[in-house]
Design a protein around this ligand. Structure first.
Ligand code: SAH
Length: 354
């Protein structure tokens, strides 16, 4: 039993079952025992590897995407260059290096990082060397200024609620106790106005997921972009609409049951891009495109070939494998999707043309 499992079991014994969202929030962000607050999740020695950690090419493509979007909107200065959930800071470091080749970009950029984990804020400070950075607790703290924002594998870590359809309405999936062990259960059924729209594509027994924090964040980002101009790029795993139970735990690069090691395993769920798009009002949204095609259209293959000329042996092989991992349909190329927002009437964003 992990220390957090013990804490949760005692709390549930005292005050009753908790929602999946409350369980997820404690597992990831508990001040002492949370996965992001207490552990080193990234890399081969950690539990999973994200795209920016696979190859510098990912951050380079995104840096140039952001710079192009900034140029196309008239090079506003100053502007907010924001990242949500920057992890080890690798993506922002690569963005600044690549976009630093674009005249005026770095001088106009004010870097803001939205990060809840104090431990990861320190890692980000180290990765970004001398760059001046402002950390924010949430998107509401971002300045009233043109906003160019990226979020990679951020939304999948935000807590989800799960509801199982029932002839009498919806039952919320909860974490309770079976003896002294954490176990899933269901609340009593109730009609839910928010899920009225899901009655058409579900039947009793089906599970749907909602992510209240994600919708609130998207509303705020869209409002900033509608008011001050800019663009936002969201990359994550998931699809257009959630269907079924997608909650998953990963520890040491292997999946495990989500209740097995609270606080010691990464916990994520698919991102419902339709819900993100619905929440982004007053801006131009979408289309959602697979990550592989998006990176190809931005020129990742040409960049991969240029880098390959300087490599040989094992370094060349791992470089080729990294390119494949980011773009191939059987790797991250189609499971991961990309969605962008921009101010209405602005020119189209690179990488989203059919
Ligand atoms: N984008 C990085 C890391 C992804 S992991 C990469 O691609 O490698 C998720 C990141 O989001 C971590 O930095 C985690 O601490 C942060 N995070 C998760 N929930 C958060 C929240 N509610 N508010 C702010 N940051 C959060």
């Amino acid at each position: 039993m992990t220390p957090l499992a013990d804490i949760l079991a005692r709390r549930i014994a005292a005050t009753g079952p908790i929602t999946v969202a409350d369980y997820m929030a404690d597992c990831l962000m508990h001040p002492e025992h949370g996965y992001y607050t207490a552990r080193e999740p990234f890399g081969t020695a950690g539990d999973f590897i994200t795209a920016p950690e696979i190859s510098q090419m990912f951050g380079e493509m995104i840096g140039l995407w952001l710079a192009q979007a900034w140029i196309d909107r008239g090079r506003p200065a100053p502007f907010t260059l924001a990242e949500l959930g920057p992890g080890r800071g690798t993506l922002m470091a690569d963005i600044l290096r690549a976009a630093g080749t674009v005249p005026g970009f770095q001088a106009a950029a004010r870097v803001h990082l939205v990060e809840a984990s104090p431990r990861l804020r320190e890692a980000q400070r180290a990765a970004l060397g001398g760059t001046a950075v402002t950390w924010a607790e949430g998107v509401a703290d971002l300045p009233a200024a043109p906003l160019f924002l990226v979020a990679n594998e951020f939304f999948d870590a935000l807590p989800i609620r799960q509801f199982q359809r029932d002839p009498a309405g919806w039952r919320e999936r909860q974490v309770g106790l079976d003896g002294e062990t954490l176990a899933f259960g269901l609340s009593a059924p109730a009609p839910l106005a928010d899920l009225q729209g899901r009655l058409g594509d579900t039947t009793p027994g089906d599970i749907v997921e909602t992510r209240p924090a994600a919708s609130a964040i998207m509303q705020t980002i869209a409002a900033r972009i509608a008011a001050h101009g800019g663009a936002a790029l969201i990359l994550d795993y998931g699809d257009w609409r959630s269907r079924g139970d997608t909650l998953q735990a990963v520890r040491g690069h292997a999946p495990e049951p989500p209740l097995a090691h609270p606080g010691a395993a990464d916990l994520t769920a698919h991102v419902d891009f339709a819900a993100l798009a619905d929440a982004a009002r007053g801006v131009t949204v979408g289309p959602m495109v697979p990550q592989g095609g998006f990176l190809e259209r931005l020129g990742i293959t040409a960049r991969a070939q240029a880098l390959a000329r300087r490599l040989s042996g094992a370094a060349l092989e791992s470089h080729i494998a990294a390119h494949r991992r980011l773009t191939h349909p059987q790797e991250m190329g189609t499971l991961f999707k990309t969605l962008a927002l921009t101010d209405r009437g602005a020119s189209p964003l690179p990488g989203f043309d059919p």
